[in-house]
Design a protein around this ligand. Structure first.
Ligand SMILES: O=C(O)C(=O)C[C@]1(C(=O)O)C=C[C@@H](O)C=C1
Length: 356
């Protein structure tokens, strides 16, 4: 090794020692935060605080360390710190290596214990019974629309939305050999196949497409069959030792899925919050117009409205509304109370930090 390289590596060792000392100092402070919270019964996991940390560091970063790596690095520092305060158990819609699993890892980091569940209702059940601190479920995709099962679960469940996660979805074509010419069948979840339909017609026109329960299950099947390929996430490829035939084969390359973190509590206001509510309006003329007035007259922005049939009675609809602001702020509270006057019932599903 030449002298210059040796000297530079020694410098890196010294800096790494300093980083480690600082990580330990930080961990001690986090343990003190944990003790303070124990006394005050505050939540250990505070997504708005985590977002504020990432944002502040991104803005203060003088470089050349890349700003977009800051969140990934600090995600793991915070995840390990939080595990010192309280070990986290998080249920997610499995199996391993689904997009929901990737979203859960992105939100909670690798120090949380992530537990796959067979269905969306099983995720709700784990959290409701206190067997998991939080749950992660998909709620809508930018191309395919809402995940109706998740919305339906909120009608029955008393659980709250604690945070949202926005994830860019990349559908990769994966196989053991990575050769197009070896592919005799393609497995995937029906939604993923639908999102890649045009690419498949143009590039693999005679190959049968086979629906399976999840993109992760597709990857598992492709891992056992040299003549098969799967459309799944890069994480699923890594989990099942598959190689990439082609990255991001979705017909619309801009593809995002929104996931919800569910919990027994609502987090305290964080400054950039949104509130989700569910309600059933009374059957009166002009009611659809009037139900928006409590928000428009207070200049509260509505970011989303969705309706689902009320299964108990035909032709009646439940509405899901997302509005800007936290339910503990007076304007939002008053608007929701006023909306309640037009409703047969109304339920606040949660106030939580807006994902950026
Ligand atoms: O500030 C807090 O409330 C903490 O618990 C500390 C900390 C951190 O490591 O910075 C850890 C977990 C929380 O989700 C947010 C931040």
């Amino acid at each position: 090794m030449n002298d210059a390289l040796k000297a530079l590596r020694e410098k890196i060792d010294t800096l790494d020692d300093q980083i480690l000392d600082l990580l330990n100092e930080r961990a001690k402070v986090v343990l003190d935060v944990g003790k303070t919270k124990q006394g005050s019964k505050s939540a250990y996991y505070v997504p708005s605080r985590e977002q504020a940390i990432y944002e502040r560091l991104r803005q203060h970063n003088p470089g050349p360390f890349p700003s977009d790596a800051i969140q990934r690095v600090f995600r793991e520092i915070i995840s390990a710190s939080l595990a010192l305060e309280q070990p986290m158990k998080v249920a997610f819609l499995g199996p391993q290596a689904t997009f929901t699993h990737v979203a859960a890892m992105q939100q909670f980091g690798l120090s949380a214990q992530l537990v796959p569940q067979k269905s969306i209702s099983a995720v709700f059940d784990e959290v409701a019974r206190g067997r998991a601190n939080y749950g992660v479920v998909p709620v809508e995709n930018s191309n395919e629309g809402v995940v109706t099962h998740t919305l339906d679960m909120f009608m029955e469940s008393g659980l709250k939305i604690y945070a949202e996660i926005l994830q860019e979805i990349s559908h990769d074509l994966l196989s053991l050999s990575a050769r197009m010419s070896d592919i005799e069948r393609v497995y995937s979840h029906p939604q993923a196949l639908a999102q890649c339909r045009k690419w498949l017609e143009e590039n693999l026109p005679d190959v049968p497409l086979i629906d399976v329960a999840s993109t992760a299950a597709a990857a598992q099947l492709a891992a056992g069959d040299r003549s098969a390929a799967a459309i799944a996430s890069a994480a699923a490829g890594a989990q099942y030792d598959l190689r990439q035939v082609k990255a991001n084969i979705a017909d619309n390359p801009s593809n995002f899925t929104r996931f919800l973190v569910i919990s027994n509590q609502i987090p305290a206001p964080g400054g950039h919050d949104k509130t989700s509510i569910l309600f059933l309006i009374k059957d009166e003329p002009g009611i659809l117009l009037r139900m928006l007035e409590p928000f428009s007259k207070r200049s509260i922005n509505l970011s989303k409205i969705e309706s689902r049939p009320l299964k108990k009675r035909a032709w009646e609809y439940i509405f899901f509304l997302d509005i800007e602001g936290h339910i503990e702020t007076p304007a939002v509270r008053d608007a929701v109370d006023e909306l309640g006057d037009y409703c047969q019932f109304i339920k606040v599903l949660g106030s939580y930090p807006r994902a950026v």
